[in-house]
Design a protein around this ligand. Structure first.
Ligand SMILES: Nc1ncnc2c1ncn2[C@@H]1O[C@H](COP(=O)(O)OP(=O)(O)OP(=O)(O)O)[C@@H](O)[C@H]1O
Ligand SMILES: [Mg+2]
Length: 201
């Protein structure tokens, strides 16, 4: 069974910044976890602990059957001169798809995120919201078992944000564990579970 088990997880960067403590829960596929809490409460930090990129100062995280983790960052990072299509085709090429198939799959993924018309634009020409959706499309293209998403709807209008929420739900139902750090109450409402860091302060 694929899962991520958090056992009494707590973190402090130093004695003045105790972020959270005592988080014990099991993250499962087919669920979308909304990770909420005020700015600075440690959402991004907890995502990186769940990913295994950072050790918690107390407790432990055990990943069962997670082969691949994908992270969609809070701030879009891409290669300015490369097209949107290139960014999404790359993970498919990495999975061994032939160039034509990688491109076809990447175009499908871009369509899903409302970026069909932006496929051939360079990353540097995208708007903030387009760049953010591109990061999501790329994250999804990596076919991870665990998808961590940091503030996916921060720069999106209501309709686009809604589409992103729906898509994250669909993705989880296909077997991915999805954890979304968010300030957006609609994303929170669309999730199956809520992890509120205020409860662990
Ligand atoms: N490497 C680090 N060293 C020391 N302090 C850090 C480090 N990384 C983050 N912090 C601090 O830890 C706190 C939590 O940061 P984090 O980015 O996890 O919050 P967040 O809940 O994601 O906030 P936001 O909603 O603004 O994205 C902040 O006060 C931040 O300054
Ligand atoms: Mg953050």
């Amino acid at each position: 069974m694929v899962s991520v088990e958090l056992d009494n997880v707590g973190h402090a960067f130093n004695e003045r910044t105790q972020l959270f403590h005592g988080i014990s829960l099991t993250l499962l596929p087919e669920r979308v976890y909304a990770l909420v809490g005020p700015s600075g409460s440690g959402k991004s930090t907890l995502l990186s602990i769940i990913a295994g990129w950072q050790q918690p100062s107390t407790g432990k995280v055990v990943r069962h059957g997670i082969c691949k983790t994908s992270w969609v960052f809070q701030n879009p990072i891409g290669v300015a001169r490369r097209t949107a299509l290139d960014h999404v085709a790359l993970p498919y090429l990495g999975q061994g798809y032939a160039a034509a198939d990688a491109e076809r799959l990447a175009r499908e993924q871009l369509e899903r995120f409302g970026l069909g018309d932006a496929a051939d634009k360079r990353f540097g020409e995208l708007s903030g919201g387009e760049a953010q959706r591109l990061m999501l499309a790329r994250g999804v293209a990596s076919n991870a078992d665990l998808l961590l998403v940091d503030e996916p709807t921060a720069q999106l209008d209501m309709r686009t944000a809604d589409a992103v929420d729906q898509y994250l739900g669909a993705l989880s139902r296909s077997g991915t564990i999805v954890v979304v750090a968010t300030h957006d109450h609609r994303t929170r409402d669309a999730a199956t579970d809520v992890i509120d860091l205020e409860r662990y302060q």
